[in-house]
Design a protein around this ligand. Structure first.
Ligand code: B12
Length: 485
């Protein structure tokens, strides 16, 4: 069977080729007789409907697969509407159908949904469609039959990392544009998360399915994947998107040793919980070429961070992680959430003050998104929070602003506070970078902005891109500073 994966795209959002659908399409193409393609209109937002139909005529899929997070649902519904006349089976996958399967499958035009990992489920689904055999019994798949919702048993998390092939990024027709704008490719080889943060869907998914949710790849496979991709695609830095890159000190030591030995001279950035960062890890990371560590701090208020968001992280641990990064020469982005259940002006100020005290290279303030199926969604409603439906319908856009009125703060209050914080910290970042790195930084800033604008990125997205996607954390220097082997 021929399947095309569609990736919803929005104007004020990330332009990053999607890891999960690339995993699935690569898996189908390399391990089965089915053929998979990817259709993405991120750089064709104007006239996306006709672009989509043109691509579908070109790729001639017999099945359509759409990846869907909760904020993307309205966008996905509008895509499905465009596809209706084609009368193709449509399967949804990703966190939204995995956590709200009844609602997802009831969506008009959706034929089936996949709950959890799809590597095995999709193969069995396509096999069955091809043979015309019943879908009953395919674990992880729910489907519609004469408008009835049919529910198969769940499938455990996919354990088979060893069988994962090198991702085939060439499936992205616009890969060249992504590489030109971002200068990087995204990587993720460690799946799942063991934390219980109430604003995130990961704990709910972990509770819903059996098997081991946290699955780490061997450092050797991770480094091999980066080397392989680098030998094919000319990118300048590596973004590791694993929710907790620091698996353990031992894992990091091995990864860094192999990364250095591989001859890769690419700077990379990672994301991790502050309490996983030790001096040893920070030192190895820096020596291997890591330039930037992204830390989820969430709030300066202990009450918000630990009682509401259940981050289980003290102020001391945060300060220590930032201090370690700085002393080892790693830049730090700290992520904060504003406007969650129970937030007040005083707790927002605590976040702002903490960001200043820590002297983060970048402090990035997001507004709280009430994702159905998470614990904080229930917390919010039980504390008198009100979701503004109109704004929620547009919340796939990162820049949408706040979506929730709480008894102590209106969505507008939170939005204004966020805007002030982001303005201040981005300006500070631009000025400091300019001071530290001088003209080369200015040239990179101008080049990044020009490339982004020429390729249809919205001007209002640029400041977000400057702090998340601009290659500003010490390009090839990693190579020169590498310790002798
Ligand atoms: C890395 C990441 C990102 C990266 C993505 C990088 C990239 N290029 O792909 C960045 C930072 C860009 C990002 C952005 C966003 N993210 Co994010 N992200 C994650 C994270 C940490 C890992 C996701 C991942 O890639 N895992 C590895 C892949 C292989 O696994 P997977 O995603 O589970 O995919 C499997 C199944 O879901 C399924 N599947 C997935 N798609 C499809 C499609 C079909 C057709 C089928 C059949 C199956 C299927 O099969 C896959 C393979 O087994 C998760 C949290 C977590 N701990 O998992 C959040 C998470 C997925 N993100 C989330 C959100 C909300 C977003 C944003 C909407 C935020 C925003 N407002 O902009 C954007 C949307 C971007 C987009 N286009 O989807 C939420 C989704 C919650 C929900 N219930 O919907 C999560 C769960 C975090 C959270 N807060 O709860 N994200």
């Amino acid at each position: 069977m021929r399947i095309s994966f569609l990736v919803p795209a929005a104007p004020h959002s990330f332009r990053d080729p999607h890891i999960a659908v690339t995993c699935l399409a690569t898996h189908l193409n390399s391990h089965t007789h089915h053929t998979a393609s990817i259709i993405d209109y991120a750089f064709h937002l104007k006239g996306w409907k006709s672009f989509l139909l043109r691509k579908i005529r070109q790729k001639r899929p017999e099945v359509i697969g759409i990846t869907c997070t909760s904020p993307h649902l309205p966008l996905v519904i509008s895509i499905i509407k465009e596809l209706q006349p084609l009368n193709l089976p449509i399967i949804l996958g990703g966190y939204y159908p995995s956590l709200l399967p009844e609602e997802a499958l009831s969506t008009e035009g959706v034929s089936a949904i996949c709950i959890g990992d799809a590597e095995e489920t999709l193969v069995e689904y396509l096999d069955a469609l091809e043979k015309g055999s019943p879908l009953k019994g395919i674990k992880g798949l729910w489907y519609k039959k004469e408008n009835l919702l049919c529910k198969n048993p769940s499938r455990p998390f996919y354990p088979g990392f060893e069988s994962l092939s090198h991702l085939d990024w060439s499936l992205w027709d616009d890969l060249g544009t992504y590489l030109k704008v971002n200068n990087s490719l995204p990587f993720l080889r460690n799946r799942g998360c063991a934390s219980n943060c109430t604003f995130c869907s990961a704990p709910s998914l972990r509770a819903r399915l059996c098997g081991s949710y946290v699955r780490n790849s061997a450092p050797k496979d991770y480094v091999e994947e980066i080397s392989y991709q680098h030998s094919r695609h000319n990118f300048r830095y590596v973004i590791c998107h694993d929710p907790n890159f620091i698996v353990s000190d031992l894992w990091i030591e091995e990864f860094c040793r192999l990364y250095s030995r591989s001859g890769l001279s690419l700077p990379f950035s990672i994301e991790t919980r502050p309490d996983t960062l030790t001096r040893k890890a920070a030192r190895s990371l820096r020596a291997a070429g890591c330039r930037l560590v992204r830390l989820g701090i969430e709030s300066g208020s202990d009450h918000m961070r630990n009682t509401i968001y259940q981050k289980n992280l003290s102020r001391k641990q945060i300060a220590e992680a930032v201090r370690l990064c700085k002393s080892e020469g790693l830049s730090v982005i700290g992520y904060f959430i504003l406007g969650g259940p129970g937030e007040t002006r005083a707790t927002m100020l605590e976040s702002y003050n903490l960001a200043r005290e820590l002297r983060l290279d970048i402090a990035s303030f997001a507004t709280y998104k009430p994702i159905p199926g998470t614990k904080s969604y229930t917390q919010l409603l039980s504390r008198g929070g009100k979701i503004l439906e109109k704004r929620w319908a547009d919340s796939f856009n990162v820049l949408t602003g706040s979506l929730v009125d709480t008894p102590k703060l209106s969505a507008e209050d939170v939005k204004q506070f966020q805007a002030r914080c982001n303005r201040e910290f981005r300006l500070r970042y631009l000025l400091t970078s300019l001071k530290k790195r001088g003209l080369p930084f200015l040239f990179r800033l101008i080049a990044y902005s020009a490339k982004a604008l020429l390729n249809g990125v919205e001007p209002s997205w640029l400041p977000f891109g400057w702090v998340t996607q601009l290659d500003n954390f010490g390009p090839a220097r990693a190579c020169q500073e590498r310790p002798a082997q």
